[in-house]
Every structure is written in structure tokens, then in C-alpha cells.
Design a protein around this ligand. Sequence first.
Ligand code: ADP
Ligand code: MG
Length: 383
Amino acid sequence: MAKKTVKDLRDLAGTHVFVRVDYNVPLEKGKITDDTRIRASLPTIRYLRDHGAEVIVCSHLGRPKGEVRPELSLRPVADRLAELLGEPVAFDGEAGPVRLLENLRFDPREEKNDPALAAELASLADVFVSDAFGTVHRAHASTVGVAHILPSAAGLLLAAELEAFARILENPEHPFVVVIGGAKVADKIGVIDRFTGLADAVLVGGAMAFTFLAARGVAVGASKHEDADGQEVARRAMADAGERGCELVLPSDVVIAERVEAGAPTQVVAADAIPDGWMGLDIGPETAAAYARRLEAARTIFWNGPMGVFELAAFAAGTLAVAHAAAESDAVSVVGGGDSVAAVNQAGVADRISHVSTGGGAALELVEGRTLPGVEALEEAAA
Ligand code: ADP
Ligand code: MG
């Protein structure tokens, strides 16, 4: 069922709208190092302002665990928001037609979904708009509590996220090719399981590829891989894929080194020929080219998880090749996951991906088919 969005709200002029956004931005010494999430909130705030509403914006930042931590203040975000919006932004207790509240998680009641806090927040406004895709998998006072008190709707970012995922999860066009990588099979098994049921091929990279290889009895040297339990999960995923007619593809070659370090000598070897003491840190060039060819022929693409330790240039080629291939493909492409999105930005191709998700954990839970409490709580659109 589709949720009501801001576009379904009538008579906004003169109303007060409480907007939950995700301003959990990276900060270094009080400076915002990436303002993507602030930019992503602008369409909804502008829409509401253009329709004459006053907005009270709120978010969490970091993990202050219910205590006031000045270094996690949203003050710098208020300043950047004002710049991007081209309109003054009142902060915390200050008054103004656009107001950003202080970090919600300074209050221990936020993460407990305390009804008293929800009531306080709700008393500030006439309508609740949820635009915090990155936080809708959490049932907190500002994501769920308020939605049970005020009339509610999804913001434009949340609506776009839900639509993008619905497009690949419900009736995707084939060939549907999924690339999955990153740290652990155990973290991503729900995602792998969903996609072996939907996609034509799941291409595996990252550290988890070595868990899959080890599960097939291949010696992986000193490569990061999971223990017997993780390998059992990988083995089951391969068996399920086989039964469902989905091709689960592992790397044929890998880039190896003895240390995870810039400048460490590297070699390219067959995936089943990793010498003792060496570790696989990226997919090799043959694998990268094979994955790229499949992505270019796809009609639908989902990608989560880097193909190697892309933070170091020596082990970034596989991840960058996947990013470029996804961008060049005519497929509907969706990328989700904190590190994968960073890789897409690093490759400079974000504008050629159909949808770059702003939610890491929320995106993965959505793919797994779990209910997102912050979405569930919102009102349905009129049929
Ligand atoms: P995402 O945030 O996109 O969901 P993950 O958090 O699962 O991705 O995984 C990203 C991390 O996995 C990166 O920090 C990367 O360095 C690491 N990684 C990828 N491949 C390897 C590998 N072969 N060995 C060790 N770490 C790896
Ligand atoms: Mg990550």
C-alpha cells in the first residue's frame, strides 16, 4: 500500500509541519565533511515552504546515548542548512519559520520512543512529515511516536527511496543482476537470500567472497573470511541459489598482498591459488571485466558492498569498475550501503545511477522484506 506523501497534504499555508530528517552527517572537528544528507532534505523543506508552511526540522546525530554532548550538536548543520536553503534557520529554542531542533538523542526518551517526548514534539506542529529514510528502521519518538499523534505523510526523499526499492523488488525487468560484497556474509545473508529469489545472477566480491570460496573448500590463505558457521551460511545460500535458478558467481581471480597497506607489493592470482600468508583484497581484472559485462547487459541492477578494500587505491579497481559499469548500463540501477555509496561518489558516477540510497541499514532491511516501523506508522494514501 502506498503511503500518503507531502503532495497529498492540502491547505499547508499557515500550518506548522514537523519534519523528521536524517542529518546524521560526518563531522570532523565541528566541520561537516559531507553534506549529501542535508542536500537530500532540501526538496521536502522547499516544497513545504513554497506552500506557505512553517517547518520544524529535527534529526539525531551520532550516538550521544541520551546525554548532551556538545561535539554532537546540530548547530553546524543549522548553519549549512541556512546556506543551502537561502533562508535563515532558527536553532533549538530560537523562533523562526524554519527551525532546526537540537540533536534528538541528547534526550534519552527519543530512542525509547517515550510517549511523553512524542507528545511534546507533536505539540510543536499540525502535521508530521517523515523524510528520514536512514532512520525509519528504528521505532523512536520522532520516527514512530509522533506519527501516532499527528496526521502524517512521507517526505519527497522517503517517497523516492520507497519507490526506487519497490521498482527493483516488485516485478523487476530481467536480466536482473545483483552485486554483493563488503565485509561479511552473516551481515548480508538476508539480502542475498532475497535476491537469489529475484535476480538472474548474484555476483559476489569483497571479503565475503573468501567465505564463499572457503565454503567450497578453496584455500584462501590469510584472506579475511568467516568461520565454519559463516561458511555454512554461505553454503546454504549457494544451494538455495541453485534451486531457485539464480547464478551465484564468485571471483575467478583476485588481487593479493601480504599486508593491508598502501605500497605493499601486490599480485594478481587465480582465486584458487592464493599462497599461504597472502590475503585477497580485491577482485582481479578478469573478474572485474566479467562482472562489468554482465552489468552492461542488465535491465535491473542492485549493488551493495565494495569488491575490495577500496579505501586504498591499490585495492579499489574492482569496486570502481563495478561503479562505472553500473553507471554505463541502461539498466535501472540502485545502490545502497554506506561504503558502496561512498565508492559511487569516489568514482564520480552518482548522477548516472538511477537511485543512490541515503539509507544503509534501512535499505538492507527494506530489501530483506522486513517491516520498517517508521514507514508502517505513516498514513496510507487514499485509494
Ligand atoms: P556497505 O557499507 O556498502 O554495506 P560493508 O560495510 O559491508 O559495505 O563493507 C565495506 C567494508 O568491507 C570496507 O571497509 C572494505 O574495506 C571492506 N572489505 C571489502 N573487501 C575486503 C577484503 N577483501 N578484505 C577485507 N576487507 C574488505
Ligand atoms: Mg559499511
